[in-house]
Design a binder for this molecule. Structure first.
Ligand SMILES: Nc1ncnc2c1ncn2[C@@H]1O[C@H](COP(=O)(O)OP(=O)(O)O)[C@@H](O)[C@H]1O
Ligand SMILES: [Mg+2]
Length: 361
């Protein structure tokens, strides 16, 4: 039988920001080895996506990929979940149970939120990784396990090591190959590709379209929930505006704050929906991503008035360039301050300034 076609890495790890291309390249290099990988980055930035991509590009692709969220499992159950237990080993252990390590035999074990692992489990995990064997709770014999470990954390693991909350020896065992994924705001030029990716998941029905104004509004958003927040945003837009083109106002109403949605936001959202419905009833949305009429207070770029196409990426880059310029002016050219203002890492800002050939002052 010919080997099954592997999905391309570009389809799995979407994004053409330089950092995403670099990550894809690293994934390709690291995947074939059995080296442990530690993925760091804020919540929703794609750590699990990368873990799955590494598995899919490895020689273990035909074997299981097993994910465990170490932060979500009660601490007194974690050992049995990971290593399994024998019947009667503790109250409630009615039957023998295989642990996740055994389930992942021959494949990849993804230890998510490893930074939340209690200290006593860190010791046990380290021993298992060193001995390549597990002992079930209440069991005597050692069971050999052949698994590749990919771990992830959204926490500042360096700080956790400094305070003693995370074992340094375990860190070095896990982070043979550390990969850091930046938040969405640090690669905002990926918005169009990611939006397209999420829309393509719902084939067979007319999906929502985003006007350049809507994209501009979205590019200004900080995306604290990163790509996960964007996916939810696109899903919400698609439910409310299927088959229609939305502008900056609708996008703004859809960009709810994290946490509970306030009554004001709900009203704004419904108001936006009604406006849009009334609009399209009069004039059906065109098949291009161009607003027929914009209600946005920010004027569209001049070339849009004539219904001409707009190069979205260039436009977003232009917005980015302008914000950086402004931040540098306000900060008096102090890069660290400008970076803080833009919620960027200093190195990211420097990289972007180089891209736009800008000087600090
Ligand atoms: N680069 C990417 N390309 C495509 N989808 C992505 C990308 N990054 C994240 N996602 C999607 O965003 C959501 C959150 O990603 P996930 O990997 O679970 O984040 P994390 O593990 O860092 O919290 C998932 O639905 C995932 O498919
Ligand atoms: Mg996750």
């Amino acid at each position: 039988m010919p080997p099954a076609a592997r999905p391309g890495l570009e389809d799995m790890i979407v994004g053409d920001a330089p950092v995403m291309s670099a990550l894809r390249r690293l994934v390709r290099q690291v995947a074939p080895s059995d080296a442990s990988v530690l993925l760091t980055g804020p919540s929703g930035c794609g750590k699990e996506v990368l873990a799955r991509a590494i598995h899919s590009q490895s020689k273990r692709a035909g074997k299981p990929f097993v994910a465990v969220n170490c932060g979500a499992i009660p601490r007194d159950l974690l050992e049995s979940v990971l290593f399994g237990h024998e019947k009667g080993s503790f109250t409630g252990a009615h039957a023998q149970h295989k642990g996740r390590f055994e389930e992942a035999q021959g494949g990849t074990l993804f230890l998510d939120e490893i930074g939340d692992m209690p200290a006593e489990m860190q010791v046990k995990l380290l021993r298992v990784l060193e001995e390549r064997a597990v002992q079930r709770v209440g069991g005597r014999g050692q069971i050999r396990v052949d698994v590749r470990i990919v771990a992830a954390t959204h926490r500042d693991i360096d700080a956790a090591i400094d305070t003693g909350a995370f074992r340094e020896d375990l860190f070095y065992r896990l982070a043979v190959f550390p990969l850091d994924i930046p938040g969405l705001a640090e690669r905002i030029e990926d918005l169009p590709l990611l939006v397209g990716h999420f829309l393509a998941r719902q084939p067979g029905r007319q999906s929502v379209r985003f006007s350049p104004d809507a994209f501009a509004r979205m590019a200004e958003h900080g995306w604290p929930g990163n790509v996960r927040e964007l996916r939810n945003f696109v899903d919400r837009a698609n439910v409310l505006f299927a088959g229609r083109t939305i502008g900056a106002d609708e996008a703004g109403a859809l960009l709810m704050r994290r946490g509970r949605v306030s009554a004001v936001e709900t009203r704004a959202l419904w108001a936006a929906t009604e406006l849009q419905v009334a609009d399209t009833a009069v004039e059906p949305a065109a098949d291009v991503v161009v607003p027929l009429r914009t209600r946005s207070p920010s004027a569209p770029p001049p070339q849009m008035a004539g219904g001409e196409p707009v190069a979205l990426k260039e436009m977003l880059a232009e917005i980015e360039r302008r914000y950086i310029e402004q931040a540098l002016t306000v900060s008096g050219g102090v890069i660290a301050d400008a970076a803080r203002m833009l919620s960027l890492q200093r190195t990211t800002l420097i990289e972007k300034m180089r891209k736009y050939e800008m000087k600090a002052a």
